[in-house]
Design a protein around this ligand. Structure first.
Ligand code: ARG
Length: 455
């Protein structure tokens, strides 16, 4: 059932019909389209195009349609309509009569879909920001219990320096704080209303675009009608923010997968986000984290696809733009699920504090020894060389640093003996600068991050 039968009289090819039909995807925008219809109807009444009675009949029918949608009464595959806009217009016309046929006065599906989509994206930004905040809270709750739990920190996946588990979790949460703010930024920019742009040149009916914008909760109308219907950077901003956020999740998922391996043994995966093997009874697999990692690829692909769709498109509406919604919906759904699974995962991990402490090789003392030498007045470059020499000698004689007594270390390094009684805890406490891994510094980070969540 199409809205444009006047010009094209022959039947549409069945495969074209399937390619053209977006209803199975965009039926999800039915609540947004109903809201847009309502805002538009109010303007049509003001302009004398619809009577009050017609308005009220259409309004009541929109309520029915919304209820049927919520009760899953519409099967988009069985319905004959091309898209959600045609569906609503057909139902209103069939059920209310000629008033339904007036509703498209001065309007195009181009400005309608652009407006519906922005309403969706606005909610998507809010929902994403909220779920990122929940994940941050879950991480900080765990961090609070582990400001003294020591573990090894890596660079290049080589043991580097001791750190605390809370410090590591705070690094995740502080990255998420930025991810969250990207959704808020995107929301601020996208909150402009394209309705009243018509097909691209501005509606020929003298609607008040400021009134339309305000009634739909937008800050203002879009500045230019052609831009309003052509651009999809609002979707791109949401999707790129989602791609960055999902990349954050994916890297942390990778950390979690590695650390749950038998070789690391730092933590046990929670039942809630793990699976067993159909063949090997001993298995506990990190499927939740692996899927989070994989969805990063999906989101990145969808976002790249959207950029590719837009980059060669002539200005104004092209049907290519119909593909935008499936892409944004998939991105949004994947991100929401992954944020939830990641929060559940981190809240449920059992940490093995002993194994984590044991994973810190004494070679991690090297930087602290060099720092101690600097405190004696030795230039850092020479201090670095002296400690590297010690490690090299140890390796040559098949020894580890823990095989040396503090006295031997003091002699080799020419350091006061006190400086040679190294422990991971001492190393950690020495890093009390703002943002450091010392317990006091991490407690301050937790407080700062909690403050960011509630602001
Ligand atoms: N279903 C279309 C979409 O999603 C609606 C806009 C159609 N506009 C048009 N000029 N054919 O983009």
């Amino acid at each position: 059932m199409s809205l444009w039968k006047g010009r094209i009289t022959g039947p549409m090819d069945a495969s074209m019909e399937r390619l053209n039909k977006s209803l199975p995807v965009d039926i999800r925008l039915l609540p947004q389209d109903a809201a847009v219809n309502r805002a538009w109807m109010a303007e049509l009444v003001r302009l004398g195009i619809l009577t009050d009675e017609e308005h009220d009949a259409l309004d009541a029918e929109l309520t029915n349609i919304l209820r049927e949608f919520e009760d899953h009464k519409f099967d988009p595959h069985a319905l004959p309509d091309e898209d959600v806009h045609s569906l609503i217009e057909r139902l209103l016309t069939e059920r209310v009569g000629p008033a339904g046929a007036k509703i498209h006065s001065g309007r195009s599906r181009n400005d309608q879909v652009a407006t519906d989509f922005r309403l969706f994206l606005r909610d998507a930004c809010d929902e994403a920001a909220e779920r990122v905040a929940s994940l941050m809270t879950a991480l900080l709750d765990v961090a609070e219990c582990h400001v003294e739990t020591v573990m090894v920190g890596y660079t290049h996946l080589q043991p580097a320096l001791p750190m605390t588990l809370a410090f590591d979790l705070c690094s995740f949460a502080s990255e998420l704080a930025r991810d969250r703010s990207r959704f808020a930024d995107a929301r601020r920019r996208l909150n402009e209303c394209p309705l009243g742009s018509g097909s691209f040149a501005g509606s020929g009916v003298a609607v008040d675009r400021q009134v339309l914008a305000t009634s739909l909760g937008f800050d203002r109308p879009t500045v230019n009608a052609l831009d309003g219907v052509s651009s999809r950077d609002a979707a791109l901003e949401y999707m790129t923010a989602a791609a960055i956020c999902q990349t954050t999740l994916s890297r942390r998922a990778e950390d979690g997968i590695i650390r749950a391996s038998r070789e690391f043994g730092h933590h046990k995966l929670p039942d809630a986000t793990s699976t067993g093997s159909s063949m090997m009874p001993q298995k506990r697999n990190p499927d939740g984290l692996e899927l989070v990692r994989a969805k990063a690829a999906t989101i990145l692909g969808r976002t790249t696809g959207m950029l590719a769709t837009l980059k060669g498109l002539p200005t104004a509406y092209g049907k290519d733009l119909q593909e935008d919604k499936a892409a944004a919906f998939e991105v949004h759904d994947a991100l929401m699920l992954c944020l939830d699974v990641t929060a559940t995962h981190f809240a449920g991990v059992t940490y093995n504090a002993e194994a984590m402490a044991a994973s810190i090789p004494t070679e991690c003392a090297a930087t602290d020894f060099a720092d101690a030498l600097v405190r004696t007045g030795l230039p850092f470059r020479q201090a670095h060389e002296r400690v590297a020499g010690l490690i090299e000698d140890a390796e040559k004689s098949g020894k580890r640093l823990e095989d040396y007594s503090p006295e031997e270390l003091a002699e080799h390094l020419q350091l006061p003996i006190e400086e040679c009684r190294w422990t991971p805890q001492k190393s950690i406490s020495a890093r009390a600068v703002v943002g450091g891994t010392a317990p006091e510094a991490v407690k301050a980070q937790i407080a700062t991050l909690r403050g960011m969540i509630s602001s």
